[in-house]
Design a protein around this ligand. Structure first.
Ligand code: HEC
Length: 118
């Protein structure tokens, strides 16, 4: 009996160590993307939203796994939070720091990653 209890204890400790502090809220991110990002980035993330034609630089194709694989989450986060100009991309990508909390920006990064289907 003691052994059973101690193995449950060990499992609980291991599980706790691997449970992320907070799971991404993909539904909320999807909704935000549909409201604020889709007009430039397009419904499928290909950079072909209706407003893309008016931009000097087209947004990147998020479905391009090879290209996206070279960009870190930190960079994607920074672009969304502080705008394209913060990493020498187009300033047409505005800073969203006033619109979204950091957690929401992390969720948007995770959502943007879903367009690359390996
Ligand atoms: C007015 C059009 C527009 C809107 C709206 C917009 N973006 Fe962008 N976005 C751009 C452009 C233009 C770039 C930069 C393209 C370049 O210079 O390569 C960009 C770049 C990005 C990048 C960086 C990708 C890379 O190449 O490293 C991410 C991530 C991104 N946008 C996410 C979002 C999210 C999330 C939203 C909504 C909250 C959003 N964008 C809204 C136009 C837009």
């Amino acid at each position: 009996m003691n052994r059973l209890i101690s193995s449950i204890g060990v499992c609980a400790i291991i599980a706790c160590a691997f449970v992320p502090v907070r799971a991404a809220d993909m539904d909320a991110a999807k909704q935000s993307y549909g409201t604020f990002c889709v007009k430039c980035h397009g419904p499928g993330g290909k950079g072909d939203g209706p407003a893309a034609a008016t931009l000097a630089v087209n947004p990147r194709n998020f479905t391009d796994c090879a290209a996206m694989g070279k960009i870190t989450d930190d960079t994607l986060f920074k672009v969304i939070k502080s705008g394209g100009a913060s990493v020498n991309l187009s300033k047409d990508m505005q800073a969203w720091s006033t619109g979204f909390a950091d957690d929401e920006i992390h969720d948007l990064v995770a959502y943007v990653r879903t367009f690359c289907k390996k």
